[in-house]
Design a protein around this ligand. Structure first.
Ligand code: SF4
Ligand code: SF4
Length: 98
C-alpha cells in the first residue's frame, strides 16, 4: 500500500480526495429544533473534519457531497440527531493516493 508523502498539509491531503456524490444525501439531521434549542455549540460544525455541517440561521445545511465517511457524526452528536448511512454503492469518497 502506498503512503501519503510526509509533511503535507491537510489541504494538500484533501486535494487527493475525489467524490462521486449521489443525488440523495446519506446524512440526515433528524430534528432542526433539537439543534436550535439543545445544542448551543453546534458540535457537528466543529468535529466534522470535512466541514459538512453549516448552521444557517435556523437550520443545518448538510453538504453531504464532501463527506469523508469517517463516521464521527454517528457518535459525536450529543443528541443522536444525525442519521448516518453509507452512500449507495459506487458513490461517496474516492481515495486517490499518489
Ligand atoms: S451536533 Fe447534533 S444536535 Fe448539535 S447541531 Fe449538530 S446535529 Fe444538531
Ligand atoms: S462521517 Fe465524518 S466527514 Fe462525514 S459528515 Fe460525519 S463527521 Fe463529517
Amino acid at each position: 500500500m502506498s503512503e501519503l508523502p510526509k509533511g503535507q498539509s491537510i489541504e494538500e491531503k484533501q486535494y487527493l480526495l475525489r467524490f462521486n456524490a449521489d443525488t440523495k444525501s446519506h446524512l440526515t439531521v433528524l430534528d432542526a429544533e433539537v439543534c436550535m434549542s439543545s445544542c448551543p455549540d453546534k458540535l457537528c460544525t466543529i468535529f466534522c473534519p470535512a466541514e459538512v455541517y453549516k448552521w444557517e440561521d435556523i437550520r443545518m445545511h448538510v453538504g453531504y457531497e464532501g463527506c469523508h465517511e469517517c463516521g464521527s457524526c454517528r457518535i459525536g452528536c450529543p443528541h443522536q440527531n444525525i442519521k448516518w448511512e453509507y452512500p449507495k454503492g459506487g458513490h461517496g469518497i474516492v481515495f486517490r493516493l499518489g
